[in-house]
Design a protein around this ligand. Structure first.
Ligand SMILES: [Zn+2]
Length: 304
């Protein structure tokens, strides 16, 4: 139908979309990341390809980093609620006796579903780590009752199992990917990561090869931190602004490198602590032997 409209009408409609886009809620990308391929502007880009004109490719004004997408219920202005950050690795079945470590790093699909259902019933809204970090830095609106779901290492079950359970509930998560492991046996490939991206999930960086960063020289440290994010961003066409220390290992130098590499946050395996430093954020480890009651208590412990 649109092709039948006069060109001037098409231009007016598309210009209106461009003007409206920064104010429209989007879970897909923060507004300072509109140059990425994903996000709420994808539809506009596709339409502008259908009717290319100089007016449509003119860049929008630089987006203000102070307004992340409000895909959540905002807290009262000036308040910064504690946002629990949950740490998952696998969502799968593991024989506890045969693989005790694997068991502790895994929750079953049933456990995971029950946890998500309780979060929803308790009024939690999921936000991505980029949104949570903006809130914690005072650079964006804070959700009233939020939780961040993070998934480490990029295992294939993140795509096959975690993703559909999240999507069934309208939830989002942040997936920390080891760039050098993409496509290896047991790990997601670029197609699966692209599906996560397209579903509104955040792709975060987790180094190139998952080393203990505290043991590296400065050059290799910088490469592991910055090149992992750059490789993911380049391959997936989205900004990668969230980082996670492998094994939770960091020191002052590692923290400084994460901060200078363009990331807006870095998460640890510290179980509890303040959220005042966005480069040493604690996370709640959700292990296979955590009961449902234990899960609920842990998540809600910091409610005001
Ligand atoms: Zn890891």
């Amino acid at each position: 139908m649109r092709v039948m409209m006069p060109v001037a009408v098409v231009l007016a409609v598309l210009a209106g979309l461009v003007l409206l886009a920064p104010g429209r809620p989007s879970r897909l990308a923060p507004p300072w990341a509109v140059e990425g391929a994903a996000g709420g502007l994808r539809g506009v880009a596709a339409q502008s390809e259908a009717a290319p004109t100089p007016a449509l490719v003119a860049p929008a004004p630089p987006p203000a980093p102070a307004a992340p997408p409000a895909a959540f219920t905002p807290a009262p202005p000036g308040t910064v609620p504690y946002i629990p950050i949950l740490m998952y690795h696998y969502v799968r079945y593991v024989d506890r006796a045969a693989d005790p470590l694997g068991f502790s790093l895994s929750v079953t699909p049933e456990q995971f579903a029950a946890q998500l259902d309780w979060l929803k019933a308790a009024g939690y809204e999921t936000v991505r780590m980029d949104q949570a970090a903006a809130c914690m830095r005072g650079a964006g609106a804070c959700p009233a009752r939020a939780v961040v779901l993070t998934f480490d290492d990029g295992y294939m079950d993140a795509y096959t199992t975690a993703l559909p359970l999240l999507q069934q509930r309208g939830f989002v998560g942040t997936f920390y990917i080891v760039s050098g492991f993409v496509g290896q046996p047991g790990y997601m490939g670029w197609a699966e990561l692209g599906a996560l991206r397209d579903a509104g999930m955040e792709i975060g960086a987790h180094t190139i090869s998952h080393p203990d960063l505290t043991t590296l020289g400065l050059d290799e440290l910088r490469a592991q931190v910055s090149q992992s994010g750059a490789a993911l961003a380049s391959a997936l066409g989205v900004p990668v602004v969230s980082f996670c220390y492998p094994g939770g290992k960091f020191n002052d130098t590692v923290r400084a490198v994460a901060g200078e590499s363009g990331f807006t946050s870095a998460t640890t395996t510290i179980q509890d602590g303040p959220q005042s430093d966005v480069y040493t954020l604690p996370r709640l480890r959700i292990s296979g032997d955590l009961t449902q009651q234990g899960f609920e208590w842990s998540v809600s412990a910091k409610l005001p």
